[in-house]
Structures are given as C-alpha cells and as structure tokens.
Design a binder for this molecule. Structure first.
Ligand SMILES: *Cc1c(COP(=O)(O)O)cnc(C)c1O
Length: 239
C-alpha cells in the first residue's frame, strides 16, 4: 500500500465509523479507531501516524518490540497488545505497552501487575470474553467474568478499562450482532456491579463487523485489513 492508500483508508474507516455511530443514534465521536498493524512493517505505521493515527494494535511480542524501537521518535503513539499472551512473554508486554486487551486469567493479570514498572502509569487492561461458545478458544466464559474482574480490580498496577471479544465470523448483520450484544450486556452488568471502576471501553468490531459492533455499543474498533490491506504471510510474526 502506498502512503496515499493509507491516508485514504483511514479517512474511509473514520467515515464508516461516523455513519454507523450516527445511524445508531450515538455520539459521532463515541468510538475510537485502533489500527491493527500485525505483520505490517514499521514504515506503514509511520505513515498512519503522519495522517493522525495514534493507537496501534499488535499481536506478536517480538514483532511489536522491533517496530516500537524503530518508531521511538513518534510522539503520542499508544501501543495496544491484542493477541493471545503467553505468561513467559508478559514482562515485555508489561514494560512496553499501554494496553492489553487479552487478559483472560488471574495468573496472567498478577504477573502483569507485578511486572509493570513503577515509572509507568498503570497498565490499561480489558478482559477478553468468549462470546461465541465452543467455536473460539480465547477468552473466559461469561459466567466467570465477575469473579475475574473483582480480582483484577484489586491489582494496583492494572486499570481495568473494559471488555474485549473476537466473535466467530458471521455473514449477516443480525448474526454478527448476537455475540456483540452479549458482550455489551455483560459490560453493562459489570459497570453496575463495580460502579467506581474506570470501566469505559468496549473493544469490539473488526473490518468485517464494524457496523454491527457500533450498533452494539463498541467504543474501540480494531481495524487491520480495512486500514493496511490484506495481511501478508509474514514469517517473522510467529513467536
Ligand atoms: C487481526 C486482528 C484484528 C483486525 O482484524 P481485521 O479483520 O483485519 O480488521 C482485530 N482484533 C484482533 C484481536 C486481531 O487479532
């Protein structure tokens, strides 16, 4: 993709988001765009940054650390870790990211909490929930959410900001909305149960279900293909 393509696809993505927000009767600024840059080279992130994009989502620790080093001169960049996180990689994430969307077990949360450097602000986290049942491997079951949230909220170096899900792909808008609606209602329950917690983030919606996610209350959409084009088979991406 050329520089102009990235500028154009960012503009198109913002337009899609605004249209969806307005037609859902929501604040047109009610959702932010997270640019998912896994497998994409640092130069493409730099271009997106030059066109105003600040938040980037990465899935692979080693790949992300390399890009962070290359892009250390960019001001205001915010790094989100959104992939499955093995415990033995948690220190790198605690030290080099601003957000983690894929917290799905207390052991991982405790490690991140103890490894988060005191010199940095608390690590923002979302709990990843499995809203599609058997079909998907990542995320905790809905009925385990409240106990996990309670434990995460007790960790001083983490800030529990909300929930994340990756629903199984579905063809129609209605089919896409079902699991997203389940996550939305879990989020509402969570906020009722913990009214003093800083819960403001519903991380859902990807390139193919952005509209459904916005109807269901997403505050942070994670777009990869729609911004950077189809992913390459990037061998360096494995960890
Ligand atoms: C890759 C990825 C995305 C982006 O998916 P696209 O379909 O390319 O928009 C979003 N969220 C997570 C967790 C991902 O791994």
């Amino acid at each position: 993709m050329t520089d102009t393509d990235i500028q154009q696809s960012l503009a198109t993505a913002h337009h899609r988001m605004e249209m969806a927000l307005v037609s859902a009767g929501r604040d047109p600024q009610g959702a932010r765009l997270l640019a998912v840059s896994k497998t994409k080279p640092a130069c493409m992130l730099r271009e997106a940054w030059q066109h105003g994009q600040r938040e980037f989502g990465e899935n692979y620790v080693q790949e992300a650390l390399g890009k962070q080093a290359e892009l250390a001169d960019l001001e205001g960049i915010i790094w989100h870790f959104i992939g499955p996180l093995q415990s033995n990689k948690s220190r790198d994430v605690a030290e080099h990211f601003d957000w983690v969307h894929s917290v799905d077990r207390i052991r991982l949360a405790r490690r991140l909490n103890s490894q988060r450097p005191d010199s940095l602000a608390p690590l923002n986290v979302c709990i990843q929930v499995n809203v599609s049942g058997e079909g998907s491997k990542s995320g905790i079951a809905l009925d385990a959410l409240i106990p996990l949230a309670e434990q995460v909220l007790a960790l001083p170096r983490l800030r529990l900001r909300g929930l994340m899900a990756i629903p199984a792909p579905a063809e129609t808008l209605d089919a896409q909305r079902q699991p997203l609606a389940a996550l939305h209602s879990a989020f509402i329950k969570l906020k009722k149960r913990f009214p003093d917690a800083p819960l403001d983030t519903l991380s859902m919606g990807m390139s193919s279900d952005l509209e459904a996610a916005i109807i269901e209350g997403s505050t942070l959409v994670r777009l990869g293909t729609a911004i950077f084009g189809a992913r390459d088979n990037y061998s360096g991406a494995s960890q």
